[in-house]
Design a protein around this ligand. Structure first.
Ligand code: PEP
Ligand code: MN
Length: 262
């Protein structure tokens, strides 16, 4: 709560990678880890364009049980290999408190996905760790509910929480979700926590990622989470919204210009 924290919190994911500091932090990578070659190749490309954190899903909470569910423990190992190959810190989604032990040495930041924003048992267990938590807003949750979920983590003593707006469900079907850009100024006013935006899951289609990302930076976001794939047409999940290496390069240049102007 702002009342007790007049200053903005800064969450350090790795030495020199501080979310909520002066520098915009871009987390990029594929929706799902698919193979060793894929994750290392994507990591090298996004790093070359200025991403500071590698994202990639190992456990995938898919809407359909028949969709690709992720490489699970093997995916975690591959993320760790990509970290060793590039030095990039890793953020990956955890869906089950029983997995905390195996995630502990394989990632630098736990991601709690939109579908688990109110999985209070998961939040309480993560509050017992001291690792950064990237908490995504549920697609039908209010900002107050979102902040209460952050409180569940912080009440356990872990104050390293990063909030992520990733789009909410509205009547509009043209976009996958509706990016609630007002979440950025509202959350920053109500809370001291850093706020990032995921334009990929918000828009749901690749050509919307850059304009939404620019809007997020202009609105004051501390960072972005962007899906990038080596071959979006053949991605095992979320190919439609994944950027190619070329479009990520273009987007990063555009974001630097916006960040310099705000
Ligand atoms: C993801 O980041 O891959 C993801 C599943 O996001 P969300 O929880 O926002 O749907
Ligand atoms: Mn995804």
């Amino acid at each position: 709560n702002r009342k007790f924290h007049p200053d903005n919190s800064v969450v350090e994911i790795a030495p020199g990678v501080a979310v909520g500091g002066k520098k915009l932090v871009v987390m990029a990578g594929p929706c799902s880890v698919e193979s060793e070659e894929q994750i290392i190749d994507v990591a090298k490309h996004v790093q070359a364009d200025g991403a500071a954190v590698l994202r990639g899903g190992a456990w995938k909470p898919r809407s359909s049980p028949y969709s690709f569910q992720g490489l699970k423990a093997e995916g975690l190992e591959l993320l760790h290999k990509a970290h060793e190959a590039t030095g990039l810190p890793v953020v990956t989604e955890i869906t089950n408190p029983a997995h905390i032990d195996i995630f502990m040495d394989k990632c630098d930041c736990f991601q709690v996905g939109a579908r688990n924003m109110q999985n209070f048992e998961l939040l309480k267990e993560l509050g017992q760790t001291r690792k950064p938590i990237l908490l995504k807003r549920g697609f039908a949750n209010t900002m107050e509910e979102f902040l209460m979920s952050a409180e569940y983590i912080m009440a356990g003593g872990n104050e390293n929480v990063i909030l992520c707006e990733r789009g909410i469900r509205t009547y509009e079907k043209y976009t996958r979700n509706t990016l609630d850009i007002s979440a950025v100024p509202v959350l920053k006013r109500m809370s001291h926590l850093p706020v990032i935006v995921d334009p990929s899951h918000a828009g749901g289609i690749y050509w919307m990622v850059e304009p939404l990302a620019k809007a997020a930076v202009a609105a004051g976001a501390d960072g972005l989470m962007i899906e990038v794939h080596n071959d979006p047409a053949h991605a095992l999940s979320d190919g439609a919204q994944s950027l190619t290496y070329d479009s990520f390069h273009h987007t990063m240049n555009a974001l630097r210009a916006v960040a310099a102007a705000v």
